[in-house]
Design a protein around this ligand. Structure first.
Ligand code: DON
Length: 561
């Protein structure tokens, strides 16, 4: 009997991992929220392309996912067109013109606690509205107003609070945080009573902002009434974003990072995201090993990948920053030879302490050379992978006066002082120091994968701060090396090493005591943590079927038709 029960569970486990959340021949959307995914599918069903749907989903998330979806933040998207061309759009925030290298330090050059995260000066110039507007103007097919209309309805007439929003808004941590700002308090907290599950949540100021953007175009945000409100807000909270900052903001189209990995071609985000370069370095190192000889949750595999990650993140800290401002040895960092050099210092017997692992030797500098992710594929064969953020949950906690949207705290992603850890414990150096107009280094890794015949096969990405890159790497390894179905590749427990601190972070209840003790014997420190990331991804099989898969970690919702 006991045997029957366990076989039953194993069977169910395997079957449920085989099947994605939604499957269809035409189009697919995987995002963090039901309303956003529904809107995306509706746009696709009405004949819109993946870019149209991405614009509509992006705005919808700014309403139904206020902690991470946004119009007050920034992000990145990778687009693959049906003809096989791939591009990326960088709509990362910029440092305001009045910012300077030491703006978060006191007279003694010590860090002023919390200022880069929770003050009026913590926000960069928002890029999301420009990014969505630029993508629509260049690659969209439907009218701008029709793409914003569903979000306006959700803001004006309300949406029902799902469990994730209900838990976040009621948590003492975030309700206290949001109560510190008068505008946020008005919109995101209730006097002396908790929000109810499924309660209708109306955002009138945000509805008006979206109506203005719909009517006057995306530039309204940068030179219309919304810009006035942002500057008013800056005056109220001691911020420094000016009219000039807003007027000069531009999204930038960039050539994606291309990675060849075991017969697959992977496209991911270039600088100012470290995602593509660091992912490339991790995979290039791992390619030295035949992983079919490894077990996915074994100490041997975790040791190996952690050692690889340490080396890649040490390089990230030293070399990476906004390449429009600094010289980055890009070709070297993404080359197989450089990865082989880095890999050659790994011992399969023991962990090398992070303090003994510096960045690699690159002396040829002048070469020639809390977030949400959604994935979309349309019936024409276009795909969009988009990650967007206000950085921490609810950004800096400050809502723009009369405009109803939260501002980011992305300035903390700069290296505010060499070696000083940011919100995610990441350290950086001069390459990522603050300069007016510069973009802070990101880890966001929206990614698109082709198979050996150069056909679209996966659209991937996740939030998770510093863990984004290692999560995308693990999902790719699960898919390509361990041949897992997408649902299993996404659901598998994750671990993460980022060089400093010198510790393997691991999702709760992943490692058995035996695996932990083996890792300790290698010389690793291991620490358990809450869940890592929320990957919303799509797989396209050889027959054209699209498998849309959300990550159960935060309750995302996938749709397909
Ligand atoms: O750009 C970055 O790398 C961070 N600001 C992302 C923050 C994030 O993913 C928070 N999500 N959980």
């Amino acid at each position: 009997m006991k045997k029957c029960i366990s076989i039953f569970f194993i069977f169910n486990y395997l079957v449920s991992f085989e099947i994605s959340d939604a499957i269809g021949y035409n189009g697919a959307v995987a995002s963090s929220k039901k309303e956003a995914s529904n809107i995306g599918i509706e746009i696709l069903q009405r004949g819109g392309n993946a870019i149209d749907a991405a614009v509509a989903v992006g705005f919808a998330l700014s309403v139904v996912h206020p902690s991470a979806g946004n119009i007050g933040g920034g992000g990145f998207m990778v687009i693959r067109f049906s003809n096989g061309e791939v591009t990326s759009i960088d709509f990362r925030e910029t440092a305001p013109l009045q910012s300077n290298r030491d703006m978060f330090l006191d007279d003694k050059l010590e860090v002023i606690q919390g200022m880069s995260k929770y003050s009026g000066k913590a926000c960069g110039v928002p890029g999301t509205v420009y990014g969505l507007g630029y993508a629509h103007e260049k690659y969209g097919t439907m009218s701008w107003e029709s793409l914003l209309y569903p979000s306006i309805q959700l803001a004006k007439y309300g949406f029902s609070l799902d469990y994730h929003n209900f838990k976040l808004l009621n948590s003492p941590r975030y309700s206290n945080f949001l109560s510190q700002d008068a505008e946020s308090k008005k919109i995101f907290t209730k006097n002396n009573e908790p929000y109810k599950l499924n309660e209708l949540f109306i955002q009138s100021d945000l509805a008006h902002t979206l109506i203005r953007i719909a009517k006057y175009g995306y530039n309204e945000f940068y030179n219309g009434i919304t810009a006035d409100y942002i500057v008013d807000c800056m005056n109220r909270v001691g911020g420094i974003i000016s009219y000039e900052d807003l007027k000069s903001y531009k999204a930038i189209e960039r050539e994606p990072i291309k990675i060849n990995y075991r017969n697959h071609v992977i496209y991911s985000m270039p600088l100012p995201s470290s995602g593509g370069i660091t992912l490339s370095n991790i995979l290039n190192q791992i390619e030295n090993v035949n992983l079919s000889e490894f077990e996915v949750g074994s100490a041997k595999f975790i040791h190996l990948l952690s050692e690889v990650e340490k080396r890649s993140y040490a390089d990230r800290a030293e070399f990476l920053g906004d390449s429009d401002f600094i010289n980055v040895p890009l070709q070297k960092l993404i080359s197989k030879e450089y990865a082989d050099d880095r890999f050659s210092t790994i011992s399969m017997k023991k962990a090398i302490p992070s303090k003994k692992i510096g960045h690699g030797n690159i002396d040829f500098w002048n070469e020639s050379e809390e977030t949400t992710h959604f994935s979309i594929v349309d019936k024409y064969g276009n795909a969009v992978s988009l990650t967007t953020t206000v950085n921490g949950w609810f950004g800096n906690g400050i809502t723009v006066d009369n405009a109803g949207f939260l501002l980011n705290n992305e300035m903390d992603d700069f290296s505010i002082k060499p070696g000083y850890p940011n919100l995610y414990g990441l350290v950086g150096n001069e390459a990522n120091s603050i300069q007016p107009n510069k973009r802070m280094l990101s880890s966001m890794t929206p990614t698109i994968v082709e198979n050996e015949n150069n056909e679209l096969i996966y659209v991937l990405g996740t939030p998770g701060g510093s863990t984004i890159i290692t999560s995308v790497a693990q999902i790719l390894i699960n898919l390509i090396d361990f041949n897992m179905p997408l649902k299993e590749a996404v659901s598998r427990k994750r671990f993460h090493h980022q060089w400093l601190p010198d510790v393997i972070q691991v999702e709760k209840n992943y490692f058995s005591p035996e695996v932990i003790s083996r890792l300790e014997k290698y010389g690793h420190k291991v620490s358990e943590r809450s869940s890592i990331g929320e990957a919303n991804c799509i797989y396209i099989d050889g027959t054209g079927l699209k498998y849309s898969t959300s990550d159960s970690r935060r309750g995302g919702v996938s749709k397909a038709y």
